[in-house]
Design a protein around this ligand. Structure first.
Ligand SMILES: Nc1nc2c(ncn2[C@@H]2O[C@H](COP(=O)(O)OP(=O)(O)OP(=O)(O)O)[C@@H](O)[C@H]2O)c(=O)[nH]1
Ligand SMILES: [Mg+2]
Length: 425
């Protein structure tokens, strides 16, 4: 614990690190926090602490050390040599989880690129071998170090692999881009679900759209984005995408590795932010989400905030949490993705926020051409209709980019110059 942090913050981070470590497949046998004025450049922790750990290690108390802060390659190697065991930092635990959870080709490529990026400067010393390409666990402790020459060969191999990966990821990216352009042609607005890991994003996508994305009490259960159509109460469709969760201290190179996936967020018309209000760390988690959204240049997009998991709070705690968060996010909607409560209000908020740049329409649709109105319902909205002599008079709205197809039906009284097809709804 360094000056500038608080005991509460450290406690929350340590609890989260324990969750991360368990998710990665290890058991926790103990944890410790050391107060220091500055980190030790050689060992990160003080030499006294290293001695203590060495004793415990000899007693067989642990066979893995996980550190909440990022270690320099030198600190990591020194600790591994002193303690004769593997030492991971937070980033590496996250990388391990990512590697275990990546399902799609794209996800795997991104994880491998992130791992290699992280590995390259660490390719030294006794335990480096275990961390190389695709470096699954196992064999810890048994292997000796690489000679300088071997390391150089290895470095070159990794750089080559990284270049190949970059090329492949670029390809996947352009495929995704084409898919998105395809969706654009479908002319539905898009919303991306974002939030801290474990906030309930996948559960919400499933509940809203009947999708079957894997959701569980684990961090980073989702790595690959899934897109489903969401039908709003008005009949309008919207494309909803579930994405990888955010986490504090997520290293920027990891965010960069997931750029292709996170582009779903950058490109979305609307952000659906999910907060876990039952978490004592909800404020910090909201802060992390703001930071990542800022990085992704998505912070100014229209946003709907869902205060999830209210079912876990008693009435008083709920009032307190919801009150505090609506002060920060006016218009936020309290929901339970599991109990499906608050959904009507949430859908309404999504409907409003996702109207974007729309144009008011006043149409006269001849009888027999009702398909036009069905189309308008699907991509925009119909607010009122009236049956008149020549057909159906309809007032509604459509996204500006889709308005041209309705121009032939502009109501006669609205002319000249298609005057009613203009302005904001
Ligand atoms: N009690 C309660 N639990 C919920 C609610 N929504 C989600 N959960 C639980 O929270 C856990 C995480 O849910 P996920 O939907 O996997 O969360 P996520 O945000 O997709 O998480 P990652 O993909 O790991 O980032 C699961 O165990 C869900 O059952 C809710 O409204 N109430
Ligand atoms: Mg998920």
């Amino acid at each position: 614990m360094l000056p500038g942090t608080t005991p509460e913050l450290v406690r929350e981070q340590m609890a989260e690190l324990a969750d991360l470590t368990r998710t990665a497949g290890a058991d926790i046998t103990g944890s410790d926090v050391q107060r220091r004025a500055a980190v030790d450049p050689a060992h990160f922790i003080g030499m006294g602490k290293v001695e203590e750990l060495r004793e415990l290690r000899l007693e067989g108390a642990f066979d893995l050390i996980v550190c909440n802060d990022d270690l320099s390659p030198r600190q990591q190697r020194n600790l591994e040599l002193e303690l004769k065991t593997r030492v991971l930092d937070r980033t590496e635990v996250i990388l391990e989880i990512f590697a275990q959870h990546a399902r799609t080709h794209e996800g795997r490529l991104q994880v491998e690129a992130a791992r290699l990026h992280h590995l390259l400067p660490r390719l030294i010393g006794a335990y480096a071998y275990d961390r190389q390409v695709g470096g699954r666990r196992g064999g810890v402790g048994a292997r000796g170090g690489f000679g300088e020459q071997q390391i150089e060969v290895e470095r070159r191999r990794i750089r080559r692999r990284m270049r190949d990966l970059e090329r492949e990821i670029e390809q996947v990216r352009s495929q995704r881009h084409q898919q998105r352009t395809g969706r654009r042609r479908a002319e539905l607005e898009t919303a991306a679900i974002v939030g801290y890991t474990n906030a309930g994003k996948s559960t919400l996508l499933n509940a809203l759209t009947g999708a079957r994305v894997h959701a569980e009490q684990k961090l980073f259960a989702t790595l690959d984005p899934t897109t489903r159509r969401l039908d709003l109460h008005t009949g309008r469709g919207l494309l909803l995408t579930d994405t990888v969760g955010f986490i504090q201290k997520l290293p920027t190179d990891l965010v960069a590795a997931f750029r292709a996936t996170l582009e779903e967020v950058t490109e979305a018309d609307v952000i659906l932010q999910v907060l876990d209000v039952s978490s004592p760390a909800v404020e910090e988690q909201a802060e992390t989400v703001e930071e990542v959204l800022t990085d992704l240049e998505a912070v100014h997009k229209p946003r709907v905030v869902a205060l999830n998991k209210v079912d876990l709070l008693g009435p008083a705690a709920r009032r307190r949490a919801v009150g505090a968060l609506t002060a920060r996010y006016p218009g936020a909607v309290a929901i339970s993705a599991i109990n499906r409560s608050g959904f009507a209000e949430l859908l309404e908020a999504i409907d409003k926020a996702s109207r974007g740049d729309v144009v008011a329409l006043d149409l006269l649709v001849p009888y027999g051409r009702e398909g036009v109105l069905a189309e308008l319902r699907r991509i925009g909205g119909v607010e009122r209709t009236e049956y008149v002599q020549d057909g159906t008079r309809a007032w509604g709205w459509a996204p500006r980019h889709a308005v041209r197809r309705f121009e032939p039906y502009a109501a006669a009284s609205a002319r000249p110059a298609r005057a009613r097809i203009s302005g904001k709804a």
